[in-house]
Design a protein around this ligand. Structure first.
Ligand SMILES: *[C@@H]1O[C@H](CO)[C@@H](O)[C@H](O)[C@H]1NC(C)=O
Length: 272
């Protein structure tokens, strides 16, 4: 059965986020409750583009729903997909929930096909409110919801990690292990900046590329083990795997995603 998803549930973004920001939600989906700066948060220092390796992430898939790209069977994403574009501080912390702007899908309706392909949700679980939590702190570089998503897509399309790795022989495999240092070097050589990686059971789960506010690449922070979560390289062993999908036994929904080439997408959004 092939069907278009009517309501796209994007990874890491939903109005439920408002709750995680400790703000009382006034109205329904898409209603603005005004832009109010949350006091005490200074302007961010740099951006991290967090990319997910879906086969690693999808190993933990427990249940399927139409919004979960892990369940697209043969059409499940086979390259790094966007997890988020996050404003960060140089001290390893980050601002969150900077305005009381709630997510409005209408504003990005022209981007939904590209977002569904390149920024898919990889779970059915509690949606994480990453636009409100992180996107709203991108000011003054990125001003509104639409430009936040266009910017993330453009940066993603420009810095193709999947391509860089495969050109160096780091191709998806369930048997090979690759030296972490080799993978880091491949990215450094291509983009002239050091990425940060996170692994799960020795498999790459997330890779972050970091950028100055003008979107020139810069080194990511190598975080200490005490700073769990975001882009810690310490969770990766010296030899890592880049797995392909293994059937998890859950029933998979076959859905098709409209194909958008990188060139079309860039034309559509305007180049950076
Ligand atoms: C990245 O490069 C790969 C291999 O060249 C290509 O198949 C893929 O479409 C590219 N991805 C994006 C998002 O441009």
């Amino acid at each position: 059965m092939a069907f278009r998803l009517l309501s796209v549930k994007l990874a890491c973004l939903t109005i439920l986020a408002v709750a995680s920001c400790g703000i009382i939600k006034a109205n329904g989906i898409g209603d603005r409750i005004g832009i109010m700066e949350v006091k005490g948060q200074r302007e961010f220092d740099y951006f991290a583009l967090a990319l997910q390796w879906p086969p690693t992430y999808c190993r933990h898939t427990r249940d399927c729903c139409s919004s979960n790209a892990c369940c697209r069977g043969a059409n499940a994403p086979s390259e790094f997909t966007i997890h988020g574009l996050w404003p960060d501080y140089n001290d390893g912390t980050w601002p969150a929930c900077c305005t009381r702007e709630s997510f409005n899908e209408k504003e990005i309706s022209t981007l939904l096909d590209a977002l569904e392909k390149y920024w898919p949700s990889l779970s059915c679980g509690k949606p994480r409110a990453c636009h409100e939590k992180h996107g709203t702190c991108s000011s003054p570089v990125v001003h509104d919801e639409y430009s936040y998503f266009v910017t993330a897509l453009n940066v993603y399309l420009k810095y193709n990690v999947t391509k860089v790795l495969s050109e160096e022989g780091y191709v998806p495999s369930n048997t090979e292990k690759y030296p972490l240092g080799g993978i880091v070097s491949a990215i450094q050589n291509a983009f002239h900046a050091t990425p940060s990686l996170a692994c799960k059971n020795g498999a790459i789960e997330e890779l972050q590329l970091c950028f100055y506010k003008d979107f020139k690449p810069r080194d990511c922070l190598i975080k200490s083990t005490s700073q769990k979560g975001r882009g810690s390289s310490s969770s990766c062993p010296n030899y890592v795997s880049l797995p392909t999908y293994v059937s998890s036994g859950v029933d998979r929904l076959e859905t098709t995603v409209p194909w958008v080439t990188a060139e079309e997408a860039i034309e559509e959004f305007g180049s950076m």
